[in-house]
Design a protein around this ligand. Sequence first.
Ligand code: ATP
Length: 422
Amino acid sequence: MCPAVSDDNLASLLRERLSPDVLGVLGAITRAAGERRERVYLVGGTVRDLLLGHETLDLDLAVEGNAEALAQTVADEIGSSVVAHSRFGTATLQAGTLSVDLAMARTERYPRPGALPEVQPGAIEEDLSRRDFTINAIAIDVSEPTFGAVIDPLAGRADLEARLIRVLHDGSFRDDPTRILRALRYQARFDFALEEHTERLLKRHAEDLRGISGDRVRHELERTWEEREPERVLKAAQEAGVLAAIHPGLAWDSTASRRFARARRHGAASPAVYLALFAYKLDEAAVDGLVKRLALSRAAARAIRDAHGLRGVVASIAAPETRPSEVVQALDGYSPDAVAACRAATESPIIDERLGRYLKEWRDVRPQLDGKSLAGLGVDEGPDVGALLERLRNARLDGQAVTRDDEVALVRRWLRSSGNAG
Ligand code: ATP
């Protein structure tokens, strides 16, 4: 249950919701911070998810002080490991399966819109006021003796209760347009609404995404693929004019949404499959443009390009008389992610069935005989070996060979008919 907004001490909620192990690590951090005269707060998604009653897997902490040194002190004491990111004043403490992110509480200033901010140490209230949305700008003090005190200067709890995504100031999307995609993600994930003024600002600044680097936009898309139903984010992005700002060819409709849902039903909802479906309707030039725009890796670009190429191929495997070996021949060489994307995209039951069998079964079929056993049957070394192995694979795929003996018999017959040996 979500505690009432008026409840300004959540000590009992923390003790109830965090496991003894997590409370133990948190206790070690706050004790060490006390000795160093530093204060520590739970912040960000951790607080939001705690208040929503959702599971909180990792901890986000803000430290008024030196987060990296604090993390190291605690790690030495409890025998865990730390990865420090000195440039950002942050550190990640790994205690068993629990990951704790510690960040220096900070103020931020944007030298120009869309640029990365300049950072300075600050108080927790300043740290909260640099954040993206009110629901992410709530802190819970975990230092003693104020353990559990809520710090909510921007009324984030009221927005959590009203299920609203609200920016902290009018310049928020202009300063950092990636917040546009973050807003749509939270909206879809929690089934929240954009607060009216925030929605107007979001639409007004959708175009600002054009100026954001490919790496940053790609990162936001990658986080979108991790959502339970990414298509909800993309639908909202389409409605707000955001997709066209990422790339002019991109558009979203209910068919595209159905494809995403189908990929999940097939158990094939990987980032590469989502990406290939995201770009499915683009023409070749637009695919090239998107690959550049998002600075995609070679593997990701291949999934998109192969899915594009396969669109013309899959029709050829729809005829009832097409043999499994012909399906394999048509599809081998394309990335399996692209095949999975095409399967999610097709409306044809027969193509769906064949692509599914290709992915689950046919593409891994190999003959039992190998080069050595062929030599034992009198096949000369050289290109014949590869060709015969291929024929055996096809025979196995098409049900003409089931056992090793079947394969041996086939090879003998082929050799006899080519007059080679016996
Ligand atoms: P998720 O559940 O999606 O991981 P999260 O809230 O933990 O949500 P992170 O991206 O891990 O999200 O960021 C942690 C916190 O840092 C956020 O809750 C938010 O307060 C702040 N934050 C992250 N990105 C931005 C941004 N672009 N602008 C302002 N604040 C941000």
